[in-house]
Design a protein around this ligand. Structure first.
Ligand code: GUN
Length: 297
């Protein structure tokens, strides 16, 4: 078993981005600026946004957070989005999901300017991605593709099974892996809650990508010997033996599954880091697109 080590990859990508940002600053340009909008106090969202801020700081990207209470209205949020769309000092921004139930996430996502949509969730970017045209690719799928590319995992002609069809991970990953590109050219099966014979399908996977949101869902009897397993899940499980009172686990039973795989991504230390890498890459791309349009860079 070999580890798909997201921490090391993130450190490498941060070094690459840091020197690009340093070159921008050397040219007396404003560094890239990423903003995050957070509504409410969801602990996972607070922790994601804090990690994104820290990573931005480490590479020299300016970061700002717009935080609002749980009872913030949809109209108030739309006004914030309008402000961010028009602020020339912000290259890209994300609206952290999930939003409180009284806010329609689709309405919000569709009002984000596509050229600042560094999450790649706007229909314009998702549509372009589907057509194989340049676009912002959602951060977690982009991070997973980077992981496959940088570890030189062959995807061409392989059977890739994706568990979970969310708009954030499963659906875009299935599109990217089946695209005529490198990595890509895979035969993809996208599984969800209505899939029959799930175990048999998983057993036929050369590459299994698990984004199902259930702790330890994938067990060793579902995994082919010598396959590649990428675990997107992140769950806090109460654990009184730990100082923090919880352990972090993924959607895969790492301990048992790792005995059968050739490559596997751990949790923590795997895809979570790659999501941050994807977001930083998209932010620099947004900066470049703005400045190329303005003939500065
Ligand atoms: N919530 C969980 N993952 C994500 C993500 O990648 N982007 C945003 N905006 N919210 C999320």
């Amino acid at each position: 078993m070999k580890l798909l080590d997201g921490r090391t990859l993130l450190a490498n990508i941060k070094e690459e981005l840091k020197s690009e940002v340093a070159a921008i600053i050397d040219h007396n340009e404003r560094p890239p600026h990423l903003a995050a909008v957070l509504v409410g106090n969801d602990p996972s969202s607070l922790s994601y946004v804090a990690s994104k801020e820290k990573a931005c700081h480490q590479v020299g990207i300016t970061s700002s957070v717009y935080q609002y209470p749980e009872n913030f209205t949809e109209n108030e949020l739309l006004r914030v989005i309008d402000f961010l769309n028009n602020d020339q000092d912000i290259d890209g921004y994300i609206v952290q999901l999930p939003l409180p139930p009284h806010i329609d996430p689709n309405k919000i996502i569709q009002s984000i300017s596509p050229d600042k949509d560094v999450d790649g969730f706007h229909p314009y970017n998702l549509g372009r991605m589907m057509m194989g045209q340049p676009s912002f690719i959602p951060a977690t799928p982009l991070g997973i593709m980077q992981m496959l590319e940088r570890y030189q995992i062959e995807t061409e002609g392989k059977h890739c099974v994706v568990l979970g069809r969310s708009m954030i991970v499963g659906t875009p990953v299935s599109i990217l892996l089946s695209r005529k590109a490198k990595p890509g050219n895979a035969t993809v099966t996208l599984c969800h809650s209505y899939t029959q014979n799930l175990k048999e399908i998983c057993l036929s996977a050369d590459i299994l990508i698990v984004a199902i949101g259930k702790p330890h869902f994938v067990t060793a009897d579902m995994v082919k010997e010598g396959s590649v397993v990428i675990d997107v899940g992140i769950h806090r499980i109460p654990d009184s033996t730990k100082e923090k009172g919880y352990t972090i686990v993924g959607d895969v039973d790492f301990e048992e599954v790792s005995k059968k795989t050739e490559w596997i991504s751990p949790v923590p230390g795997g895809v979570g880091n790659m999501t941050i890498a994807g977001l930083l890459m998209n932010t620099l791309k947004a900066w470049k697109q703005r400045n190329i349009r303005q003939n500065i860079y």
